[in-house]
Write a protein that binds this ligand. Structure first.
Ligand code: F6P
Length: 376
């Protein structure tokens, strides 16, 4: 197989710490190891449709490893198969022609979440060779144990819980922290465990408000006169609704979750003598410099993606499974979400240290005679 001569790269969907580390790794690896030229699309798939691209040189990617955001810009609205700025028309053919025929790209590396992987799969079918790199703070992509950005988001949310701990203790309050994560509870689960939250509420386990109130009361009566609750934005009470923060009409995924901490604050205030306060962490979870873990994961993902391009492994996404780098078909990850299962190892760890998931009679233990994959 002829080595790739020109390769495109883009970042799609919401930004995530580590995007620049991937751009750097893909670019450096393709230029230094494979002698290829690299072209970056501006603002994700919008750049492919609007013909906005620029060469990426070694100088362009120097010094960006530690930067949050993306030097290329991104968009979580631009879908060439239903383009928001042209009456939701399918302009994917134009996008493919621009990338493949005009820019003469042999392949495009698309760094993004499930929406980006779905578009990449469509473009691959439309004749543009694509390689995906899994990004999202939500950690909810199928068939990869980790996405980069997640570790940083967890670190930020954990620090928030730590800070809430001291003020909760001082005022003998119930403190609620709401994390992002869409319909998956990964951030709340990991930050909750790392921060020692007493209650973790995730979308995968609908909560019983009476049980949450009982845990708070029991702590108060037992002498631990404060409670820390870490709630995922996608959590909801049994039989209740998601809290919707915003509807972004021209987005392929229009509902923005957020505000369940306010619902919970109200529900608990009606049931408890203690004061209740809420904190909605929001976009700070996505900003700023990536952790060392995310930098290394992003660099490994980027280098592996470049190797996949060199080897003609198109129509696939880089993945990590049980500590190994591998790849999976874009068709298999497109528009699907990986949720927390009730028997996830971190759920067992949380239950083992007495954390409540806001439901009665929920128990699950490690089987100590068998190995357990930690990161799933
Ligand atoms: O997917 C990443 C994410 O930060 C989610 O956790 C959150 O629900 C959503 O994006 C927020 O989207 P926006 O930046 O459009 O408000």
């Amino acid at each position: 197989m002829a080595p790739p001569r020109r390769v495109g790269v883009l970042t799609g969907g919401g930004d995530s710490p580590g995007l620049n580390a991937v751009i750097r790794a893909v670019t450096k690896s393709l230029i230094l190891d494979r002698g290829a030229e690299v072209v970056g699309f501006v603002d994700g798939f919008a750049g492919m449709v609007e013909r906005q691209s620029r060469p990426l040189t070694l100088r362009d990617v120097s010094g960006i490893l530690t930067l949050g955001g993306t030097i290329l810009g991104t968009s979580n609205k631009a879908n060439p198969f239903s383009y928001h700025l042209r009456g939701n028309a399918d302009v994917s053919g134009e996008a493919v022609r621009y990338a493949r025929d005009e820019l003469k790209l042999d392949a495009v590396v698309a760094i993004g979440g499930d929406g980006t992987m779905s578009i990449a799969h469509g473009l691959q079918q439309g004749g543009l060779p694509m390689v995906g790199v899994p990004k999202t703070i939500d950690n909810d992509l199928m068939f990869t144990d980790r996405t980069f950005g997640f570790d940083t988001a967890v670190a930020i949310a954990t620090e928030a819980i730590d800070r809430l701990h001291t003020t909760a203790q001082s005022h003998h309050r119930v403190m609620i922290l709401e994390t992002m994560g869409r319909y998956a509870g990964w951030i709340a689960l990991y930050a909750g465990v790392a921060g020692g939250a007493d209650v973790i509420l995730i979308p995968e386990v609908e909560y019983d408000i009476e049980e949450v109130a009982r845990v708070c009361r029991a702590r108060e009566q037992g002498g631990q006169r404060y409670t820390l609750i870490c709630v995922a934005e996608g959590a909801k009470p049994i039989g209740g609704q998601h809290a919707i923060r915003q509807v972004v009409a021209d987005s392929p995924d229009p509902l923005r979750l957020g505000g369940i901490c306010g619902v919970l604050e109200q529900q608990l205030s009606q049931r408890l003598a203690s004061e209740v306060r809420r904190t909605l962490l929001g976009h700070v979870q996505r900003g700023g410099t990536p952790t060392a873990f995310d930098r290394t994961l992003a660099t490994a993902f980027g280098a592996y993606a470049a190797a996949m391009v060199a080897g003609g492994q198109y129509g696939r996404m880089v993945a990590t499974q049980e500590g190994r780098l591998t790849s999976v078909a874009l068709a298999d990850v497109a528009n699907r979400q990986r949720l927390v299962s009730r028997d996830a190892p971190m759920v067992a760890a949380a239950l083992a240290v007495g954390t409540s998931f806001g439901v009665k009679d929920f128990s699950f233990h490690f089987d100590g005679s068998r190995p357990s994959p930690l990161m799933t």
